[in-house]
Ligand binder design. Structure first.
Ligand SMILES: Nc1ncnc2c1ncn2[C@@H]1O[C@H](COP(=O)(O)OP(=O)(O)O)[C@@H](O)[C@H]1O
Ligand SMILES: [Mg+2]
Length: 576
């Protein structure tokens, strides 16, 4: 964290300087007030009241200007600090592996990027503005009190230890609760994230009430802990006030007695002493607040650090070079388990080779591991055993960007962004010409429906692509993947929402226009993939059979079962 604040050290230095100016003015006021009371009011010296009063106003104005400048510089430091920190946290979140985002959860990442950064930013602000102010207020207050009378300073010195004990007691109890508060915020953000993104599903299943209750529960938990912290801290102020008031009474008593005894004391000085006591207490209360912000920010800073310092789990190699073959994929005895699932393997001993230009289809029940298998190729996850080679080079040896540039993958869930259709497709290749974009859309069978809309390629896609049908979304995602310069094209169940005729046209166009690309196509329907060069049947994470449609019809029971069940379900049409 220090690294971030160092950059703005100059502001952090200037702001407290102005603050010293403001506090100094505050400290001079009571002394002048004593002067007015003792020498002006009590002596009926009108002239002195005017001159000293004028001085006081000037001091207030000067102090105010210092205060404004201090605020400006403190804000400059804190806001820019927060800005830098947020930027770096965001960049790191983008760089997290799938494993890591699975582990921390999206909601928590959102809290860390927003609320946690704000907490730390508040602390910087408090520290730059408040720390010096209150230190000076405190030390200066005691000094000025001593100036009025050493006896008063002694009274303050007796009260101080009690105040310190109170502060330490309450903050010590509150500190561990702050990280719980942040965790509860994660909970709220998790529910919010899921329900806002999945609002349509919630409505479709009439689950609003259920989700409201889930939110209520998370919200209630946050409210409970926050209440407990705040109740605890609410005791702190009054306890400190009691000590102050005892001190004030003591000052009045000692002062009054001294005045009566004709000692070296005036009513104005007793008044000033009470104001200084209040200032000292104000300083201490504020310091306690700073400690509170600090403890709170510490919990947040730790959470931010966890993101910033999360290790690079996917350690990339340096290979960016050219290879002799382009588009060859080899799996050698690959096994894989998700890190957070008690080691149960999702894929076991997978071995196969796809030659350049070949089309391999993968079919299998849901949960058999199809998506997991293709996600290993661009290293969204790393294999546990065995190895994967792309063009004869282990994927671990590639520079991550160089590897992913060779692969164009259409994920199972089509993700579109709120921008025009054209920009969504162009994402695959920022410098693509309009002609290239149209061509890619034609291959993906998207051109027709895009042109049928009023604004064509400039039709705005709403957030999450809700303005489009499932099949349209899939086709735009495919256009994006086709446009990207690729040698390996992976479709993860990407044509499931298309009717068979459109799907057949799409595959035909792919064969014709991208003959050199190696294609891995995951599909549910045998009809979609009958024409593939080879078909792999995945069963519980293992390859149960591998061959052409005809070979599998002879050799694989599972394949024949799938074929027959689809024949029954959709009639001959469904299996082509
Ligand atoms: N991110 C994940 N974390 C833990 N388990 C997962 C994750 N993604 C998938 N799985 C599990 O891995 C298995 C295979 O999933 P997947 O590869 O998506 O199957 P398919 O694509 O064939 O439907 C399933 O049992 C699923 O529950
Ligand atoms: Mg899948």
């Amino acid at each position: 964290m220090l690294k971030y604040i160092k950059k703005y050290w100059i502001f952090c230095l200037i702001a407290p300087l102005f603050m010293v100016g403001e506090v100094a003015m505050d400290l001079l006021q009571p002394d002048l007030m004593a002067d007015i009371v003792d020498n002006g009011v009590l002596q009926n010296n009108f002239e002195l009241i005017i001159t000293v009063g004028f001085k006081m106003i000037l001091l207030v104005l000067f102090g105010g200007c210092c205060g404004i400048l201090c605020g400006v510089f403190a804000n400059l430091a804190a806001q820019q600090f927060g800005n830098d920190l947020r930027k770096d946290v965001f960049a790191r979140i983008m760089g997290l592996s799938f494993q890591q985002t699975d582990k921390i959860s999206t909601g928590s990442l959102v809290t860390r990027l927003t609320n946690d950064v704000t907490q730390v930013q508040n602390m910087v602000m408090m520290l730059v503005r408040g720390f010096v102010r209150n230190m000076v207020m405190f030390a200066g207050g005691i000094f000025m009190l001593y100036q009025q009378s050493p006896k008063f300073a002694l009274i303050a010195a007796c009260g101080l230890p009690f105040i310190v004990i109170f502060v330490m007691f309450f903050l010590g109890k509150a500190a561990p609760m702050f990280s719980v508060v942040q965790k509860k915020l994660d909970g709220i953000n998790n529910v919010m994230q899921e329900d806002v993104a999945g609002a349509r599903v919630v409505k479709a299943y009439v689950k609003e009430q259920h989700e409201l209750e889930r939110f209520d529960k998370a919200n209630g938990e946050l409210c409970d802990v926050s209440l407990r912290v705040q109740t605890l801290l609410a005791f702190m102020g009054p306890c400190m006030n009691i000590v102050l008031n005892i001190c004030v009474v003591a000052v009045i008593l000692v002062g009054g007695l001294t005045v009566q005894a004709g000692g070296d004391m005036t009513p104005g000085r007793v008044m000033a002493a009470i104001t200084y006591l209040a200032q000292i207490l104000h300083g201490i209360t504020f310091m306690a607040n700073i400690f509170q912000t600090f403890t709170r920010a510490k919990a947040s800073a730790d959470r931010i650090k966890e993101v910033l310092e999360s290790p690079e789990v996917i350690l990339a190699g340096a290979f960016r070079g050219e290879t002799e073959v382009r588009g060859k994929i080899e799996f050698r005895n690959v096994s894989f388990a998700y890190p957070n699932t008690s080691g149960r393997p999702v894929l076991e001993d997978i071995t196969f080779t796809v030659e350049p230009g070949e089309t391999l289809a993968i079919i299998g029940a849901t949960g058999s591991g199809k998506s997991s298998l293709v996600n290993l190729i661009p290293r969204f996850y790393d294999v546990d055993e065995g190895e994967i080679l792309v063009d004869g080079v282990n994927v671990r040896e590639y520079d991550l960007q160089a590897l992913r540039e060779r692969i164009s993958i259409v994920l199972q869930k089509a993700e579109l962004y709120s921008r025009p259709i054209e920009a969504n497709i162009r994402w695959g290749k920022p410098d693509a010409t309009p002609w290239e974009i149209k061509k890619a859309a034609e291959i993906a069978q998207a051109d027709d429906f895009i042109c049928a809309t009023e604004q064509g390629y400039y039709t705005q896609v709403t957030e999450g692509g809700h303005s489009l049908s499932g099949g349209q979304k899939q086709r735009i995602s495919i256009s994006r993947a086709v446009l990207k310069r690729h040698e390996i094209l992976i479709f993860d169940d990407s044509t499931s929402a298309l009717d068979l005729k459109t799907e057949a046209k799409l595959y035909e166009a792919l064969r014709r226009d991208c003959p050199d690309s190696t294609k891995i196509i995951i599909a549910q329907r045998i009809a979609s993939i009958k024409g593939a060069d080879r078909i792999a049947v995945l069963d519980h994470g293992r390859i149960a059979a591998l061959g052409t449609h005809e070979e599998l019809m002879h050799a694989s029971d599972i394949y024949r079962d799938i074929y027959r069940s689809q024949l029954k379900e959709g009639g001959a049409d469904n299996v082509g």
